[in-house]
Design a protein around this ligand. Structure first.
Ligand code: NAD
Length: 467
């Protein structure tokens, strides 16, 4: 069984304790992850602080070159890491699974490596010259979740490094192996200490949030943990980017052809088994097309193969962990008790993490499957007849990550979309993101954005030079 090490100060660092990482499809142990201690965390932060002295002064061209080399390493090893993701996370190798995740990770890494951080000239006159510079912050602590473990780590690491910070990453204890391996690869091309990893219990994340050697935390995970991160970061006034949970609404207008939109609706909702922050989690459908759309959704869902992610034809795998599985089961039970009509799925088998694709009709706001983030393969479909009233139902939720409107009338759809309280509105699609477009949540879904220039700049402090 492979024992994985931490990466600290440019070296591969073994730990005395390890913990087992299991394949959610089979229960088999996939590898042994290092159980880092608070002393390991301190060593990682100190090595990152030392490396920052030179890395922050390294020229933009040199940093770009090394970030590109790191991106190339990731791409060269994409299939190896994709296998690790499938083994520890459960998602299929194919479809919108781990190979897709690594393809996207490579695209984000490459794009971010090439971004510029220009000096902005604010004034150049007889009164003087004023420039706005963007300086790196210091050590960035990155805390990542288990749903898209490798891609989200890339989203955190590359902008931080490109802007001149050094990084300590802590992956989720459910899926640490792919990230630890990726960090080993990045470390091969970076100066010692620029990239470091720490793995182990959740308490390490809390220790990072309050660590006075860390200048910024970028955190992706649940809103409840995000609030803890924010409160423990307060003492040191750390910079924060928080990408938290979502409960995205999709609104289908009466003018659609259900057959034409069903595939995009299904995958917008069930990508990665619904374990995606910006998946469509509440589907509001106009009365005129409600029955037809429900029928099309079920027919489409029946064609999607669910199975062990290592099998070539699997399109969806298991739920990643028992806690999440139980949450989905609890919400589906509440939906049934609340009068929901199960159109498909809804029954579980003992001793497995495979949760069937579940579609439940005739629910409404107030039911826990609608109000809470299910983060699993169970979609509530809600009937409406008045557009104004459905927009307020869609907004009646603490989350505000994404939302979508589906219609043949794009202008109308954009108009309604503008009323949704969320960071991204999609028209006739749900979930596509790209490295040059800022992405983030409002309300309880987060603080700040990632991606593009705006995301990169969150890894900098503004310094004004006035002469
Ligand atoms: P989680 O909050 O349980 O864990 C996320 C990370 O935080 C893990 O590395 C965990 O070890 C660490 N952690 C746990 N307790 C901590 C503490 N007290 N202080 C600091 N760190 C701590 O989330 P999860 O279950 O891994 O991920 C699922 C959630 O993440 C969902 O709500 C999902 O919507 C959200 N998510 C959001 C985005 C986004 O971009 N907005 C992307 C992916 C996932």
């Amino acid at each position: 069984m492979t024992r994985y090490n931490l990466t600290i100060g440019g070296k591969s660092v073994p730990t005395s304790d390890h913990f087992e990482v299991r394949n959610p499809s089979t229960g088999a142990v996939v590898g042994l992850a290092p159980s880092g201690s608070s002393a390991d965390l301190n060593a990682a932060v100190e090595s990152a602080q030392r490396a920052f002295v030179r890395w922050s002064k390294t020229s933009h061209d040199e940093r770009k070159k090394l970030c590109h080399a790191a991106a190339q390493k990731i791409s060269d090893h994409a299939d190896e890491i994709a296998h690790l993701i499938t083994l520890e996370q459960g998602k299929p190798l194919n479809g919108l699974g781990s190979r897709f995740e690594m393809n996207r990770a490579g695209a984000w890494a490459t794009y971010t490596a090439g971004l510029d951080i220009p000096v902005k000239l604010i004034q150049d006159s007889n009164e003087g010259r004023i420039e706005l510079h963007r300086r790196p912050i210091g050590v960035v602590g990155s805390i990542t979740p288990w749903n898209w473990p490798a891609m989200i780590a890339i989203w955190h690491i590359f902008p931080a490094l490109r802007a001149g910070n050094t990084v300590v990453n802590k992956p989720s204890p459910y899926t640490p192996l792919s990230t630890l391996r990726m960090i080993e690869l990045i470390n091969e091309v970076m100066p010692a200490g620029v990239i470091n990893s720490i793995a182990g219990e959740d308490s390490l994340g809390a220790a990072m949030s309050e660590h006075d050697g860390i200048g910024k935390i970028v955190f992706t995970g649940s809103a409840s943990t995000g609030k803890k991160v924010m409160s423990s970061a307060a003492n040191t006034l750390k910079r924060l980017t928080l990408e938290l949970g979502g409960n995205d609404a999709g609104i289908v207008l009466p003018d659609v052809d259900p057959k034409k939109i069903v595939a995009d609706l299904f995958w917008g909702s069930f990508i990665n088994n619904g374990q995606t922050c910006a998946a469509l989690k509440r589907l509001y459908v106009h009365d005129d097309v409600y029955d037809d759309l429900c029928k099309e959704l079920v027919a489409f869902a029946k064609t999607v193969p669910v199975g062990d992610g290592m099998k070539d034809d699997s399109q969806l795998g298991p739920v990643q962990n028992r806690m999440q599985f139980e949450k989905v089961a609890r919400l589906v039970d509440a939906a049934k008790k609340g009068g929901g009509k199960v159109l498909m799925g809804g029954e579980t088998q003992k001793g497995t993490l495979f949760y069937p694709i579940t579609i439940i009709a005739d629910l409404d706001n107030g039911n826990p499957l609608v109000d809470e983030e299910q983060f699993g393969p169970a979609l509530p479909v809600i009937r409406y007849s008045e557009i104004d009233e459905v927009i307020s139902r869609a907004n009646d939720n603490p989350n505000g990550l994404g939302g979508s409107v589906w219609s043949t009338n794009i202008e109308k759809a954009r108009e309604y979309g503008a009323e949704l309280e969320c960071g991204t509105v999609w028209i006739n699609k749900h979930g596509p993101i790209q490295p040059n477009v800022p992405y983030g949540g409002i309300k309880s879904s987060g603080i700040g954005v990632e991606f593009g220039e705006e995301g990169l700049f969150e890894n900098t402090n503004v310094q004004v030079m006035s002469s």
